[in-house]
Design a binder for this molecule. Structure first.
Ligand SMILES: [Fe+2]
Length: 241
């Protein structure tokens, strides 16, 4: 979808149709071979910003826990995060941060999705035995190319490898646990299968989940919007965007 013509009714209708087909293909396991790359940016936040954020998160109590057949863990949605730790997260809205993401992906029109979407910047915590998210590709409700970012704050594990795993082109990619904290993994989560392995007792994982798009306009398709509401209800206990 890179380079899509963003303007005009014709462009919009074309993008809606492509997005609809993409989500149908997605459910059938058909993904774009050109969208299988991932990028890792180590030390993505300045050290003082990272330390302050980790310290702030350690005292946080407003996690929403939920368990389904495919995912068990805790989350704080974007609206709650904004209300609770806007100051600690302000760096992510700055020019330096988005410039890094554009440079590394080569998508110079990459932007955060609008703040009305609770997935724009949310926080996930896994810390009970069995907490995990199974292999999946994400759905997409934005008209442009969708990029997910996982910024690790805490990766306390007995394993050599971080819990996040990707499967671009059907091949398993592990990332080292030791360098996970303050690293950002960027990938097109609606094309690259991914999961977080189950935790065992004594482990903990806390990440920021970022959602960006090259055309951050939400689809008008009610079926896709409803799908996203169900996901939001599972993660944040709230179906709203
Ligand atoms: Fe995902």
């Amino acid at each position: 979808m890179k380079g899509a013509v963003h303007r005009g009714l014709k462009g919009r209708i074309g993008a809606e149709l492509r997005l609809r087909q993409h989500n149908i293909d997605n459910r059938r396991g058909i993904v774009d071979a050109d969208a299988q790359r991932h990028f890792v940016i180590d030390d993505v936040l300045p050290a003082d910003v990272f330390d302050r954020l980790v310290e702030r998160v350690a005292g946080e109590t407003s996690w929403v826990r939920s368990s389904t057949t495919w995912r068990s863990g805790e989350a704080i949605g974007g609206h709650e995060l904004e209300a609770r730790m806007a100051e600690e997260l302000a760096y992510l809205d700055g020019d330096d941060f988005i410039a890094k993401l554009r440079a590394v992906t080569g998508f110079d029109d990459l932007e955060f999705v609008p703040a009305v979407d609770t997935n724009r910047l949310s926080m996930l915590r896994y810390r009970n035995e069995g907490d995990r998210i199974d292999w999946h590709v994400d759905g997409s409700i934005y008209l442009g190319a969708r990029w997910a970012g996982i910024l690790t704050l805490v990766e306390k594990t007995f394993d050599e490898q971080a819990k996040l795993e990707l499967m671009p082109h059907g091949e398993l990619v592990n990332l080292p646990a030791a360098s996970a904290p303050n690293s950002l993994v960027l990938f097109q989560g609606d094309h690259v299968r991914h999961r977080a392995r189950p935790l065992v007792h004594g482990e903990e994982r806390i990440v920021l989940s970022l959602l960006l798009s090259t055309w951050p306009v939400r689809t008008l398709n009610p079926f896709l919007r409803r799908y996203q509401s169900r996901v939001n209800l599972t993660f944040y206990g709230n179906p709203d965007p």
